[in-house]
Design a binder for this molecule. Structure first.
Ligand code: PMP
Length: 401
């Protein structure tokens, strides 16, 4: 059979992270590759209780089709949580999605036509690049400095390419863990307002901050209110409750939400309302903020363990910034090193990471790597980092694998 796939399927390749996850499955490999939360901290019992209450108290209606925009009581609860971080919105300015991944996908569907330009940070979240590429957009990455995306490069690119969309992760980015300064947030917001460029602000990690009170305001909060905002904001319960619920949300002007809902009807009618109802029941009794506070401590300890391992002289030429939150550590190997060539040595020693080039729009310098610290317990991190160290020495000595 001659399978005639759509041209857009060849515009992007399967994610390097997914491929690494596939290779390492079932092997004795400590993986710092995936962006996975800590399983032992999943609120399993509370979820089990929520689902069982949903079934035992339900009438059967909870199993019926639901609304495209999402289960209203969960949205009302989320509106309050948004208000607590300075995002003023109503339930009509919000849609629940199948993870924040779908919010990215739907945004691309409602905005992009073949040949439109999307600007992103460089490097940025790989699966967002895949969405924009598959939508036929031309994706241009803007480099960053220590305060965030470079505003001069951004304005130049806006003037040159007239993009419809700027996709950013201003707080604890994937893959770099970096945070934009407050001033940079204001500057970028003003630039985009001035040039009529919509911003998609992806904020899955904002709650995972290590220092109490250090969470900077979101671009959406700085823009005033959802009504007439130049920002579409998206976040998710994947990192704070569990990813398996596949529940995320987007906040935007009502006109945008209406378009997102139309695109969502075509995609899946609605996300699982069973999961949304269970999540709502969970949140009625479960102390989510207390849980997030514990996660912050757990992740901070894991990050510090990994950073501590990097103090070994083996790593003295490797550059990195200690993250203030999120799930990733971004390393830059010294001049002359090649992360892709280091990778097989790491797998040979039983540890995985993601070579950084895939996160760049036009390929990186070949020397960056992303390490995830949230998924492994501190003792596993120590063991994994010892393996990584052995692998690095092996790579440096050019011992064939
Ligand atoms: N955005 C970013 C930056 C991410 O890292 C992820 C998950 N790794 C997502 C969006 C998607 O998350 P989810 O669909 O589980 O909400």
């Amino acid at each position: 059979m001659d399978y005639r796939f759509a041209g857009r399927m060849s515009r992007f390749s399967s994610s390097a992270v997914r491929d690494i996850l596939k290779w390492t499955q079932g092997k004795d490999v400590i993986s710092f590759a995936g962006g996975l939360p800590a399983e032992e901290w999943f609120p399993k019992q509370a979820l089990e209780d929520a689902f069982s209450r949903l079934f035992s108290e339900g009438t059967g209606r909870e199993l019926q089709y639901g609304l495209t925009e999402g289960f209203p009581p969960l949205k009302e609860l989320l509106v309050k949580r948004m208000d607590a971080i300075g995002i003023g919105c109503s339930v009509r300015e919000m849609i629940l999605t199948t993870g924040s991944q779908q919010a990215i996908d739907l945004t691309a569907r409602i905005l992009l036509e073949d040949g439109d330009t999307v600007l992103t940070e460089n490097p940025t979240y790989l699966a967002a690049l895949q969405v924009f590429q598959s939508a036929g957009a031309s994706v241009r990455g803007i480099n960053r400095d220590e305060h965030g995306i470079d505003p001069q490069l951004l304005e130049q690119a806006i003037l040159e390419h007239r993009p419809k969309l700027l996709y950013v992760i201003p707080t604890f980015a994937n893959p770099t863990g970096a945070v934009w300064s407050l001033e940079r947030r204001r500057t970028v917001l003003e630039l985009c307002r001035k040039h009529n460029v919509l911003i998609l602000e992806d904020d899955p990690y904002g709650e995972l901050l290590f220092e109490e009170g250090s969470r900077p305001p979101t671009l959406m909060a700085l823009s005033g209110a959802a009504a007439d905002s130049p920002v579409i904001y998206t976040s998710t319960f994947s990192k704070t409750v569990v990813p398996a619920l596949r529940t995320g949300w987007a906040v935007a002007d009502e006109r945008i939400i209406a378009q997102l809902a139309k695109a969502k009807q075509a995609a899946d009618l609605h996300s699982s309302c069973l999961d949304q109802q269970a999540l709502y029941r969970l949140l009625l009794t479960f102390d989510l903020d207390g849980h997030i506070a514990r996660l912050r401590q757990v992740y901070r300890e894991r990050m510090e363990t990994m950073v501590d391992c990097l103090k070994d002289p083996v790593w003295q030429e490797v550059r990195f910034e200690q993250p203030q939150g999120g799930m990733f550590l971004w390393l830059e190997l010294p001049e002359g090193d090649d992360a892709a060539a280091f990778f097989p040595a790491a797998i040979q020693e039983g540890v995985a990471f993601v070579p950084g080039d895939g996160f760049f729009t036009e390929g990186g310098n070949g020397r960056s790597i992303r390490l995830n610290y949230s998924h492994s317990r501190p003792e596993v991190i120590r063991e994994g980092m010892e393996r990584l160290q052995r692998a690095y020495l092996r790579y440096k000595q050019q011992i064939p694998v």
